[in-house]
Design a protein around this ligand. Sequence first.
Ligand code: ADP
Ligand code: MG
Length: 263
Amino acid sequence: MTATAARSLDAAPGQGAGARLVIDDVHKRYGPVGNHLLALGGISLTVNPGEFVCLVGASGCGKSTLLNLIAGLDQPTAGTIESEGRLGLLFQESALFPWLTAAQNVNLALRLADVPAATRDEEAANLLRLVHLQGFGDKRPHELSGGMRQRVALARALAQRAHLLLMDEPFGSLDAITRDLLHDELERLWMELSFTTLFVTHDVREAVRLGDRVVILSSRPGRVVEEVPVDLPHPRVGVDDDMTEIASMITRRLRQEVQRHGR
Ligand code: ADP
Ligand code: MG
């Protein structure tokens, strides 16, 4: 771990850099009783400190709903969610402030994390270097490519000194080559900083590329149908055949789920 990394992800007293997340029998109903949609029908899942868990499921199965509940943006209808430490969020659209430069976007997150003004600029530059954006600090979001914007968003999430990083299809709108590069970078940062990660995707290959564990969700209501451990060492370079095998197995399982729902 570099000095910068250690500083930017200081552990809360008595815990490592990664937080534990415990989801217990969470239900989420939208709309009034009688005319409601049961989006989540009893999700239980524990993510251990420093673990990288990927959640896969068809579109509309409740992945974003679950992340919103974990982030506290909405309340479960029943069940409990416990997590400790600071939360970082990363969504498909980077949601950077368009009128701020890349460095200012990161700087703002540092300010909100109570980092003293005197060290913020240096730290923002370090974080941008960490995501390989040195030299781009003075660019505004519209001057950057989609992949670069997601890198800034990642730097901003790291600036929040997250113990738990929630990612909702963060690379979904990027081309395959850029996505591959960002997989490598996210994996490297995760190995270096050991934050806990819950990564949502509908791309099985991406889930197997990154996750220690892949959790498969069913649709209507969303439930955990299977958890698949991915026992491949990180960084996952040169293990393409193994990844393909696991990805095919998960894809078959997902297809069964989708067919079961007659779609
Ligand atoms: P995913 O992220 O897996 O594509 P979502 O969590 O966005 O799925 O949605 C799950 C289900 O809940 C969908 O049927 C969606 O239409 C419904 N839904 C999501 N958010 C709301 C909401 N705020 N009000 C009503 N229905 C919603
Ligand atoms: Mg979604």
